[in-house]
Ligand binder design. Sequence first.
Ligand code: PHE
Length: 528
Amino acid sequence: AVPLHTKNTVAQDMLTHLFTKPTLNSAEDFPSVPQPEIKAALDRLASRSMVEYVTIDSEQATLTPEAEAIVQEGSHEFKVWSAVKQAGRIAIKDLPNFVGADSARVGSGNAFKNKWIKKDGDSLVLVAEEVKDVTRDRLREIQDTKTLSDAKLLNDYKKRKLVTFSKVISYTINKGPKYAIEMPVEVTDLTVEMIASGEWEKANFKGYNFAALGAPQNAGSLHPLNKVRTEFRTLFFNLGFTEMPTGHFVDSAFWNFEALYVPQQHPARDAQDTFFISYPPKSDKPRADPYTDNTLDDIEAGARRLYAANEKRKRVPRDYEAYWENIKAVHENGGDFGSIGYRYSWSEDEALRLVLRTHTTAVSTAVLHRLAEDPRPARYFSIDRVFRNETVDATHLAEFHQVEGVIADFGLTLGGLMRFLEDFFSKMGIDGLRFKPAYNPYTEPSMEIFGYHTGLGKWVEIGNSGMFRPEMLEPMGLPRDMRVYGFGLSLERPTMIKYGVSNIRELLGHKVDLGFIQSNPAVRLDKN
Ligand code: PHE
């Protein structure tokens, strides 16, 4: 055997060795070199056709400490026999004192069976003058050769916990067609000097390895929800939508419910669904939000220029006091907005409660209210987080993301909304929608949107939609003939379908496997 090798010389040692010995066996010739290093050296040599090799998978038997002791001191039965032979006669109860408890227990039975000793009253006496300790010989054979020709016996030893098996990979190595006793120097770079001297003509260039994988990059990665969100944003931008500012998770009940014509006794407001904020105890009355106002003007600037290039448009600033009174009136008796309202006494305190927004429609409402400054066709979208106090299970979390779109224009019809949704979802690869009448306090008519999921083989609800009610739009000051479509869906559902995740907790929250986040590929909404 060749002595311990350092990494770089294993390949060279193989070449040297093959010069004198035509066939090598890695287990015999390189017993102390770890298998991966042997494999690396072989692949290096084989790729240059300097060696050829065959892989041999085999099982190797190794002695347990108990078996090693038997090889050293003899088998239990041999120890019992020796003790009896030496003493001439041993009282059975004294045997452990001679050979130890273990050997006494295991050894005497075998020594009887082998007819080496026998019982004489309460004592043991000798039968055979000479014996052959077969067990010890066999175990020694295993120790030397790592196997045994008698497979049944070998298995027997395994059952008696004398040997254990492990898989070993070894190689039979032969010279290849380009064998040489030394590794040829391989040139990796072409230098100016080599060109000038003409040395390049004779140089042995190292071949390119086109199959080599790139080194894994320790880079940041987008969460799958963010990847799908990016796809949705692109889709909305391509359809001429403007993104709404959704940066605040806490809102007043006024924007989340009242302004949407959700009655104050609506079951969805119940503590079961809505997270109420206890401090501060109350929000301010609705007022212009400097952050939101600026952002909307900024992001709309481009569209505004296009749409109203030659028009000096008149903007009516929002009167938040009047809007507050309008909302109160429309709930209580319908006000001037063509309805009889809900006919209950509206509580201001209820409207000023703070909530974690239960839908992004709270933001759409504020944005539509701003649109009434200068009513014009507009398209808005948002993709952000919402909160509902639901029991957490495989498909529900207490917080999730909503994708929401709003389209305002004159002369819109329900058929137009259906057509828009069909176009929108077909861009995500979902065709043949079905619509089911539904109820939202703020839309009439309302429709649940169903799409056929080929993977699940059934119709699944993919969204909710409708045309906003006049009770919601007119108190804002939007013109009577302006119609507004709205629709919403969760970001999680299409993401789970795209990435084949069946438990939402694998996607969001503390149970997420960061390896999954890092390794999952980008998706295209329009490609299945
Ligand atoms: N707010 C609705 C939801 O949370 C979605 C929706 C938005 C419905 C706009 C109609 C109009 O499910």
